[in-house]
Write a protein that binds this ligand. Sequence first.
Ligand code: FAD
Length: 321
Amino acid sequence: RQSLRALLCARLRPGTLRWGCRLDGLRDGGHEVSLSFNGAEKMVVADIVVGADGVRSSVREAMALRTSALRTLGVMVILGHAHCTHEMCARSDTVFELLDGETRLYAMPFAPPPIGTTMWQLSFPIEEGAAHELSRQGGGAMLEFAMERCGAWAEPVPELISHTHPGDVTGYPVFDRTVGESFGGGGRMTLIGDAAHPMAPFKGQGANQALIDALELARAIYDSDFGDDAAAANAAAASATELMARRKRRRARRPIQHALNGYERRAAVRVQAKVESSRVATDLLHSDAALAVETGVTRAAAAAAAIIGQDTRAAPSQRLE
Ligand SMILES: Cc1cc2nc3c(=O)[nH]c(=O)nc-3n(C[C@H](O)[C@H](O)[C@H](O)COP(=O)(O)OP(=O)(O)OC[C@H]3O[C@@H](n4cnc5c(N)ncnc54)[C@H](O)[C@@H]3O)c2cc1C
């Protein structure tokens, strides 16, 4: 993730990103949005605002959307980064998963050598209040809990947990949100990523969908009346062949609010299926069905097949969705 972030940041003009700014107020005035940061230390007026501020989004709150509330899924995830020398961890091409029908531990290479860390993810059913309490107690308590739960599992699990520093452990209850037909409010603010559509992490879709949101939103803005300057700059930089290809597809130049509404409706359809399949995977991976033995399919697909007799030979996109 750090490498991807560095790549994306490198494409921006200097000064585009400003770090250390906490948004603490915003107001949509119809033609522009006013934002305040760091206790009104910085004030900004913007044509549009894109909230990419995660599951507890302040932008979403300011949009006052009449959509469904965050839904707890009754599962907690504890995340750790370990310096573990076991051969399963030392290889930078090995991902592994162990589970017992209730608790699941998934591990993957994180930082390549010479740093050489493995990221592990332990998940298990728990009530929301107890999950918050365990999270509040901090890394040491969560490591102890992980050891109690999986200390007797096969190696490298005990070694992985015991080679993790408490400061490298975090934990959260898992939430999602039903998306519905759109997540827009009709104004000049919109959302991408978890702010728009938090989902359980068990299908590895949250960040991927956030990236697709960003791409689709950028296209929608470029296609709107806000895209004129960017289109002119692109045209000036384009080769003759690129210009010919572009002329075949004219920009719609619709008003920006229409463009945002269109993006929000299209994205809602795309992500709702991911939210639902991630929710199903949450149940399956922490149930006896997860112990089903299959080859060539994901664990969630094997579990689904064990329960509902779904055909695991179907294309991946058709499974569970
Ligand atoms: C255990 C786990 C495993 C996962 N595995 C995968 C996976 O394999 N594949 C995948 O695609 N996804 C995965 N995800 C999901 C993925 O991490 C999220 O979907 C993704 O990080 C969402 O990105 P985001 O930018 O929308 O939100 P975030 O990553 O939450 O970023 C929001 C940012 O906004 C900032 N912010 C919040 N409020 C304010 C404010 N008021 N002012 C200024 N800044 C603010 C925060 O500091 C943060 O930097 C996983 C998630 C978890 C928990």
